[in-house]
Design a protein around this ligand. Structure first.
Ligand code: ADP
Ligand code: MG
Length: 246
């Protein structure tokens, strides 16, 4: 039986008086990749941030691993150890080495032994081709390298679910592919459950089990990846794909 890892029911989010998300409902099973698509300003980042406790929502429920999340900073701190997130801007600590950045969460928050985490961190760095940068500082890395480190840092917490919000959007074109390859490998080899916001449509088509298409904070289409990319149901989604040269 497929295990539902996350379920969102009727989520409403307001910024002041203005409603940014309208009755968002969807679910994702363990091992699935859900791609969140939609034009700029449609609410993708807002939704992703709600799923990690970075934004408050007014009503609706989020159920993670069978437990309804009771929103409080303390609860979210616990949940964030299981829901990893990587943003567009890699927010590495500039005063810490690559290894220092990676060790921080697992040793300080999860209180795991440094020697054990270090070993895992080196394996992860090797996977993303950056083992020799363990002692480098973020300023010595390119954007693409920093983003790969940000992914490793999130993975070091051994999350059950990963959220990726336009992680390649600020990278030079030649850096994009390496980062997307890593995400794809996580999906295919590790069966990592993930929610991905991306403007890379070819990548999205290859990786998406499910697609949520948002506009103006509402879900316009919710379908499997194949259907969305080959046979979108709404004019809006068709136009969106065209505008992305897909
Ligand atoms: P997307 O990620 O799809 O581009 P966002 O979730 O960033 O969209 O934004 C959705 C809408 O919410 C936009 O109209 C945006 O201007 C608005 N918005 C985002 N963040 C805030 C905020 N902190 N305060 C007020 N409005 C916001
Ligand atoms: Mg966004």
């Amino acid at each position: 039986m497929a295990e539902e890892i996350l379920r969102v029911d009727n989520l409403d989010k307001f910024y002041g008086d203005w409603q940014a998300l309208h009755e968002i409902s969807f679910s994702i099973e363990r091992g699935e990749v859900l791609t969140l698509l939609g034009p700029s300003g449609s609410g993708k980042s807002t939704l992703i941030r709600c799923l990690n406790g970075l934004e408050e929502y007014r009503s609706g429920t989020i159920v993670f691993e069978g437990q309804k999340i009771v929103p409080s900073e303390k609860n979210w701190q616990k949940i964030r150890q299981k829901i990893g997130m990587v943003f567009q801007s890699y927010d590495l600590f500039p005063n810490l080495t690559v290894m220092g950045n990676i060790l921080l969460g697992p040793t300080k928050v999860q209180k795991r032994p440094e020697s054990e985490v270090k070993k895992e961190a080196l394996d992860l760095l090797e996977r993303v081709g950056l083992k020799e940068y363990a002692d480098a500082y973020p300023r010595q890395l390119s954007g693409g390298q920093k983003q790969r480190i940000a992914i490793v840092r999130a993975l070091a917490l051994k999350p059950e679910l990963m959220l990726f919000d336009e992680v390649t959007a600020s990278l030079d074109p030649e850096m994009v592919r390496g980062v997307l390859e890593i995400i794809r490998e996580l999906a295919e080899k590790d069966d990592m459950t993930m929610i991905i916001v991306t403007h890379e449509m070819n990548f999205a088509e290859k990786i998406a089990d499910k697609v949520l298409f948002l506009e103006d904070g509402k879900i316009l289409e919710q379908t499997d990846g194949k259907t969305f990319f080959r046979n979108p149901q709404t004019d809006r989604a068709r136009k969106f794909l065209e505008s992305m040269d897909f």
